[in-house]
Design a protein around this ligand. Structure first.
Ligand SMILES: Nc1ncnc2c1ncn2[C@@H]1O[C@H](COP(=O)(O)OP(=O)(O)OP(=O)(O)O)[C@@H](O)[C@H]1O
Length: 347
């Protein structure tokens, strides 16, 4: 292994040639993956700027995990190139890419203590015992697990096991940390807490995280760059706010949630549900019909509406506005919005 493929296990990471100047941590160039008869990923190109939090988001089977596994080197590409920094790693084994992967089920060794689990990848790289144990302690402290160093995984909670798995993935000092559905096994309370923790770690370490999720909320909360995938394609890659404010297609608008997709003058338009109002005045109405549901969400109330044309839509309104003029399911109602809140979609 040369200095350029050393993921920085012996002290300060050694930047690969040209890495410092590379504006992207990850670059996918026309990457495809086919299995016998199935195209899992179809000619995708993507640039992940340095030290970004990137979420790959999309419905089940859209190719997110396959993309992540190809970046990790656990799956060979069928076509295309993968660059980490400005180094083409397409044919490199996982250990020589400068990436590290944290698996969904954490994949900890049950017979080893938390400390030995974390130190393990240094062991396989031949780092002496004292040094690797000292480094493992450092990384357990980083994820606030120093006090559990001697416990085996079976005596740790799910959230604690996950922290150990994170420390284990980070100890090799990767350029890019790859996370496959890292929060899905946690209960909702812990999930939110770990979400904040992941973001903190990414900021502190100033490396890129590529995080696969099918949760829109998770992607919106975490990502600098949200990559929305469908059927092996990237449909949109942009900051969360751009995706939410300017979804480019009906699929993205629907998948990201919180939008109504309705016919406009030239094709479909998306209007955010929180920009819609419920009224009864037919002259301002954009969509007339009746209330189909009322969901109290605390600060907001979601009013579902079925248009006379069969179209389903919703308004998200503040609790104060709703209770000033409440409506009930079955009641005739109209949805209104301003022209400036209507966003034209490409299809
Ligand atoms: N080893 C494999 N052999 C054959 N087909 C596969 C293999 N792995 C994945 N696929 C197919 O490739 C497509 C993409 O799968 P992938 O696991 O990347 O999707 P995903 O978006 O991560 O889905 P999920 O959210 O359900 O994990 C799917 O149609 C899947 O069935």
């Amino acid at each position: 292994m040369n200095a350029h493929s050393d993921p920085g296990v012996s002290g300060t990471p050694v930047p690969p040639a040209g890495y410092k100047d590379a504006p992207y941590d990850v670059e996918l160039v026309a990457v495809s993956k086919s299995y016998a008869g199935t195209i899992a990923v179809d000619t995708i190109s993507l640039r992940i700027p340095k030290a970004s939090y990137c979420c790959l988001l999309g419905p089940s089977g859209c190719g997110k995990s396959t993309t992540l596994r190809m970046i990790a080197g656990h799956e060979p590409v069928s076509a295309g190139d993968i660059l980490i920094g400005d180094r083409n790693v397409t044919d490199n084994p996982p250990i020589a890419r400068g990436t590290s992967m944290m698996f969904q089920n954490y994949a900890l060794f049950p017979h080893m203590s938390a400390l030995d689990n974390v130190a393990y990848s240094l062991k396989v790289r031949g780092v002496p015992k004292d040094e690797r144990r000292a480094r493992a302690r450092e990384f357990l402290d980083l994820v606030q697990m120093g006090q559990y160093a001697e416990r085996p995984p079976a005596l740790l909670s799910g959230g604690q096991q996950q922290r150990v798995a994170l420390a284990r993935a980070l100890i090799t000092r990767p350029r890019v940390l790859l996370l496959d559905e890292p929060l899905s096994a946690l209960d909702p309370f812990l999930r939110e807490r770990m979400r904040g923790e992941l973001k903190r770690l990414q900021r502190e370490l100033q490396i890129s995280f590529v995080h696969v999720t099918h949760s829109q909320d998770e992607a919106m909360a975490l990502a600098d760059l949200v990559v929305v995938m469908e059927a092996g394609h990237i449909r949109q890659a942009a900051p969360a706010r751009d995706i939410f404010e300017k979804p480019n297609t009906a699929f993205v608008a629907r998948f990201i949630g919180g939008h109504n997709v309705v016919p406009g003058g030239n094709g479909s338009i998306a209007v955010r549900a929180d920009r819609c109002r419920i009224g009864s005045s037919a002259d301002q109405a954009r969509l007339t019909g009746h209330v189909s549901s009322v969901e109290y969400l605390g600060a907001l109330v979601r009013v579902g509406l079925i248009g006379d044309n069969g179209l389903e839509a919703a308004a998200l309104i503040s609790d104060r506005t709703f209770f000033a003029a409440p409506v009930e399911p079955g009641q005739a109602a109209a949805l209104t919005w301003s022209d400036e809140d209507a966003h034209a979609l490409a299809d």
